[in-house]
Design a binder for this molecule. Sequence first.
Ligand code: C2E
Ligand code: MG
Ligand code: MG
Ligand code: MG
Length: 285
Amino acid sequence: QAKSAGRKALRFFEKGMQREADQRLRVYNQLREALSENQLRLYYQPQHLLKTGELMGAEALVRWQPPGKMLVGPHSFIHIAEESELIWDIGCWVLQEACKTFVKWQSEGLRLPEISVNISARQFAQEEFVDFITEVLDKTGMDAGYLNLEITESMLVSHVETTISKMNELKKLGIRFSIDDFGAGYSSLAYLKRLPVDELKVDRSFVRDIPHDRRNMAIVETIIAMAQHLGFSVTAEGVETHQQRDFLTHRGCLFYQGFLVSKPLSAEAMRHYMQEHLQRKLLRS
Ligand code: C2E
Ligand code: MG
Ligand code: MG
Ligand code: MG
C-alpha cells in the first residue's frame, strides 16, 4: 500500500518535473525566435541626482514583445536564457541596442550623462567579452566614457582574479562599473576593497521597507556610509515614496531611480522625458 502510494507520488513528481522541463524548453525556443524575429525591446529607467533632481542617466532594461501579446518582463525569461548560451546572444543585442540608441540621442542633442547596461555572470565570463565590448563601441561610435556596466555579486564569487583583470581592461577604455542588487547576494567585503568598481546599487528589498523596518534602514545607512568610505557612489533602486527619497537624501545617497520619478520607458517615451527635462533645466537657468 505504502509502496504504491510512494510510486504514485514519485510519478506525480516526475510529471511535474517533466512539465517544468517542457515549459523551459518552450520558453527557450520562443526566446531564440524572439531574437531572430526582432521581438526584444529595450526600456530605459531614468536615474536622478537626489539633491537637485537632475537627470544623470538611465538603465537599459530588456523586454520581450511577442506579436499580439502583452509585453513580457525579464523575470519571466532572463533566468532561462542564463542557463544556456542564449544569454550571450541576448546580452549582445542589448548592448548594441543601448549603444546605438544612446548615440542617436546624443546626435539629436539629448545629452544624457550615462547609460547603464546589465551584464549577466555567464556573459561576463565569456573569453571574448572584452573584445566584444570594444567591437560594439567601435561599430556604434559610442564613447566608452558614457557606458556603465551593472554586474552582480554572484560573478565575484568565482574566478575573482580573471574578473578583476577583465574589469581593469574595460576600465582602461573608460567604462564604469556598478554592483547591482548590492547586499542581496553574498560578496565578501575583502573583494569589495580590491574590485575596480565605481558604484554600489542598494538592492530594492532594503529600500522597500523604509521607513517601517529599522533593520533595513540600518543596512541602507551602512551601505551608503561604507560606499562613501571606499570612494564609491551609491544609487538606490526601487524608490517609490517621498519618505524613502528623503531618508536616502539625508543619509548621503547620491542617485536614485524608481517609480516615484519614473517607470522604465520605451525609447520613444524616454526621448520625450529627456526633452522635457532639458527644457525645464533651461527654464531654470
Ligand atoms: P535590476 O537590474 O535590479 O533592475 C531593476 C528592476 O527594478 C527593474 O525590473 C525595474 O523595472 C524595477 N524597478 C525600478 N524601480 C522600481 C520601483 O520603484 N518599484 C518596483 N517595484 N520595481 C522597480 P525589470 O525591468 O523587471 O528587470 C528585472 C531584472 O532583470 C533586472 O534587475 C536585471 O537583473 C534583469 N535584467 C533586465 N534587463 C536585463 C538585461 O538586459 N540583461 C540582463 N542580463 N539582465 C537584465
Ligand atoms: Mg550611474
Ligand atoms: Mg540593474
Ligand atoms: Mg538591481
